[in-house]
Write a protein that binds this ligand. Structure first.
Ligand code: FMN
Length: 155
């Protein structure tokens, strides 16, 4: 059977946010996961075809001005209607990196996802405050959870 495809769409405007995206990808490539191919893209590089081709999606964004990054919003604006009918039920997970809050971003992303009818595989992961090394294993676990869910076919 062909591998399932996990698409990680991560906004990485800073070295720290690059580390978070690296960690999600690393977690998704856990050696126990046999049949999932994980790919990481920035929201600006992610296209309708990438979403159409994905069996599961991890979204990662910073919170900027109380909202998701402009990059992730641009992604949603480009893909929303082209994927709307075909990709309903797509399993997804979300992590948000915020200096202070993050709740505005989670609410905004979830509102769009409600419209898309994608299926959350876990609660959003909110990484807020000063950057902490503890964020890295949280992101690795998110990647592993998402990939393992696809691998075992439970989503
Ligand atoms: C223009 C701009 C606006 C921001 N607005 C918010 C905000 O509204 N809420 C918040 O929690 N953090 C905000 N931040 C902080 C970013 O979320 C934070 O810089 C980003 O997550 C990168 O984190 P890092 O410093 O660990 O690399 C903002 C940052 C920038 C550059």
């Amino acid at each position: 059977m062909p591998d399932k495809k996990l698409l990680i769409i991560a906004n990485t405007p800073s070295p720290n946010t690059g580390l978070l995206a690296d960690a999600v990808l690393h977690g998704a490539r856990h050696p126990d996961i046999e049949s999932v191919t994980a790919t990481r893209l920035t929201p600006f590089d992610a296209t309708v075809d990438h979403v159409m081709d994905a069996d599961g999606i991890v979204l990662g964004t910073t919170e900027n001005f109380g909202y998701m990054s402009g990059a992730l919003k641009d992604f949603f604006e480009r893909v929303y209607y082209p994927v709307l009918e075909i990709k309903q039920g797509t399993p997804y997970a979300l992590y948000v990196r915020a200096g202070l809050d993050g709740t505005g971003t989670i609410t905004a992303v979830e509102r769009i996802i409600t419209g898309l009818r994608w299926k959350a595989i876990c609660e959003p992961v909110l990484l807020h405050g000063s950057f902490s090394d503890a964020f890295i294993p949280q992101c690795e676990e998110l990647g592993t959870l998402m990939a393992a869910s696809l691998d075992t076919g439970i989503v």
